[in-house]
Write a new protein. Structure first.
Length: 398
């Protein structure tokens, strides 16, 4: 697996600031040679090997005329169609969780807050392969890594789906633009924009950089759950004066009022919402796990002081003005104001000189996180442990 190219996104007539002001979440943009000379980070064989791993989310989409088939991995090589067979696509999710070079590629897109950046999906398609006309509920960059892919795009005026299909296909898709992307080209699509990508020739590999866009109801459920978890039990329900029940199955109005009073006790301020979101957005995906370091704490401490440290590629770290969140946990109160930890979150690494400025509490936390596998001394590869997990799935047509 190759390392990420040192080239950066070429915006053409745009700058990042202008892109965010005029294009982001407004309209599509095609960038020819956005990453000039880009080469695939994984070979076809390496991608197929990932798809055979139990800890990696993968899907196989096949089309035969109007008939579509969807299967979920893992897939052995024998379970995949032959390379010469047309109209099939293998999608491998969360590649950034398993491959350093893929994680490095996502660094190019950190001009959008980390709370929004989700994962990198790689699709390999034979000639004619694709997942059909669909729309996604999130922003996506579609980077052509190998081969050629034809994209037809257009606004969706009718979101009706084709009935009875295993993938979510738009019933009436009317594209307005038509492009063929070559390696290094990249297409940005805002949420809800219809698109249909079809491989032109074999060995078509497309990288999808997706952005997290949780719906308001999902965020509300998470905030309410965390608020409830942090509430004291309070008073125990007691009955008002009772008479013999003529309708024993009737839910007592007094108990309903009691529950309503408990809910009324919830009076969250901004800090409470920040804490709930910080924990939620940094919680690793359901299958992610970390392998503890083999080295002793003293050796980890010396290595960090000598070489610096870097986040594991699976680690998530966010902060607010008053708190720091790391892999679903709030860091201890004595570190809540640490500028060093905020620098670690922004840079995803600290050099040796920065680690050497750490207070005793900060250094102790860094060593403890290295022991858990959340951090690594910079002299070792990020995410070198075997603990792995798949990312949140980019939609196949929704």
């Amino acid at each position: 697996m190759s390392r990420m190219s040192t080239s950066t996104i070429q915006w053409g007539e745009f700058t990042v600031a202008r892109f965010l002001r005029d294009i982001w979440q407004r309209k599509p943009l095609l960038l020819r040679q956005a990453l000039p000379g880009f080469k695939p980070l994984l070979s076809r064989a390496q991608l197929f090997a990932l798809a055979a791993d139990d800890d990696v989310e993968s899907r196989l989409v096949q089309r035969d005329g109007r008939r579509w088939q969807l299967a979920h991995g893992p897939f052995t090589r024998r379970q995949l169609p032959s390379l010469q067979q047309r109209n099939w696509t293998l999608l491998v999710q969360g590649v950034n969780l398993h491959v350093d070079a893929a994680s490095d590629l996502l660094e190019q897109f950190r001009f959008v807050p980390d709370a929004r950046l989700d994962d990198l999906m790689i699709s390999w398609a034979s000639d004619g392969g694709g997942v059909g006309p669909h729309q996604d509920a999130y922003d996506v960059f579609l980077l052509q890594a190998a081969g050629r892919r034809r994209w037809r795009i257009g606004p969706v005026t009718d979101p009706t789906l084709q009935p009875g299909k295993p993938v979510k296909l738009l019933a009436r898709f009317e594209p307005e633009e038509d492009f063929v992307l070559e390696p290094g080209d990249m297409l940005y699509l805002p949420p809800g924009w219809g698109h249909d990508g079809i491989a032109v020739g074999n060995d078509c590999m497309t990288y999808s950089i997706g952005f997290r866009a949780p719906p308001q109801g999902e965020l509300l459920r998470e905030v309410l759950w965390q608020l409830a978890e942090n509430q004291p039990d309070g008073a125990i329900y007691t009955d008002p004066p009772l008479r013999p029940a003529a309708t024993p199955a009737l839910l007592p109005a007094s108990m309903v009022r009691f529950a309503a009073q408990a809910f009324a006790r919830l009076k969250p301020d901004v800090a409470v919402f920040e804490s709930a979101l910080g924990v939620y957005l940094t919680t690793p995906k359901p299958q992610v796990w970390f392998e503890a370091a083999q080295a002793a704490a003293g050796a980890l401490r010396r290595a960090c002081l000598q070489h610096g440290c870097r986040l594991d590629r699976r680690s998530k770290m966010l902060y607010t003005a008053g708190a720091v969140f790391f892999n679903g946990e709030v860091v201890p109160a004595e570190l809540a104001g640490s500028s060093l930890l905020r620098r670690l979150a922004d840079q995803r690494r600290l050099d040796a000189a920065q680690v050497q400025t750490a207070t005793a509490a900060e250094l102790a936390a860094i060593v403890a996180w290295c022991a858990q596998g959340w951090l690594h001394p910079a002299a070792t590869a990020s995410g070198q442990g075997s603990g792995r997990r798949a990312g949140q799935a980019n939609d196949i047509g929704g």
